[in-house]
Design a protein around this ligand. Sequence first.
Ligand code: SAM
Ligand code: SF4
Ligand code: FES
Length: 328
Amino acid sequence: MNKDELIAILSDETKNDWLFKKADEIRRQNVSEGIHLRGLIEFSNICKRQCKYCGLRWLNKEVERYRLSENDILSCAKNAVMLGYRTIVLQSGEDDYYDTDRMCRIIKDIKEFDVALTLSIGEKTYDEYKAFKDAGADRYLLRIETTDKNLYKNMHPNADIENRFRCLYDLKSLGYETGTGCLVGLPGQTIESLADDILFFKELDADMVGIGPFIPHGQTPLKDVPQGDFWLALKVMALTRINLPDINIPATTAMETIKPNGRIIALQSGANVVMPNVTSTEYRAKYEIYPNKICINDAAEQCRNCIENKINSIGRFVSKDYGFRNNH
Ligand code: SAM
Ligand code: SF4
Ligand code: FES
């Protein structure tokens, strides 16, 4: 679709049912009925950045910060493998304590478990990304958040959108399966810019795209901004499926945080991935990027059973393979 077509659908509420059904059909034709589970380890909530929307931003002094030791990370990963996960996602704030050597050690150790490994640890240099890839990392998640240059600048003091683009193209060129995505509902965001976001996913040839509604956090400058609209986020997601038919698209945790059963609705509107949390419950509440996150008190075992039951209840199944793109 071109930009005008994307804008027309995004602004037309009467086409929603058609759009969600169409995205579901394209998902079925291209990536089948299996749903890939990724076990998410939130291993550090320490972050040097100041993204205005995020509860972990450095200037939020009310957060009790934590870092998992290498052993703790490995034991979460091992538990996830025992629960049947075939992909581990390591996510954190931008925390320089985990330097290249330390990260490479963790990557190599986790790869011993015969799993696919995704990193989501922010902006790094080409050489760092290369070292992680050489150590065995398979995929990388780095949302562009918004392609609107002015909005990006406003949301990310002291950051540079050109560097974010550079990171994504570096990741692609290094052979990572590259995930990106955007927030829906940032203050001042336009429908036009959401259309541009989708066109960017296509231009990058993203292998994975995660779309999440913005949820205001009380200890950030955006505390009084209304939360993003669930249905608009779902429309951006469904349009992403239609325009990039064979990629992996998660039903995001943020969607379920603002809408009961939000992940299931997403799985029926184009999504084919879920990323349940496998971090020890002791740390979950402290990784508060936004409030009222689901599963804060649920152990990894509970989430694993819960999500499989939900997936089965809509006639789908948990895939047993690694879940790479083009390997469904
Ligand atoms: N620090 C890494 C980064 O920013 O790429 C990875 C962790 S960061 C917490 C993961 C994602 O959380 C971000 O890409 C952002 O889209 C999302 N996020 C942060 N604050 C949010 C909020 N208030 N509402 C919804 N999503 C949020
Ligand atoms: Fe840090 Fe990521 Fe939150 Fe930005 S979104 S403050 S980089 S954890
Ligand atoms: Fe965590 Fe349902 S996925 S309790």
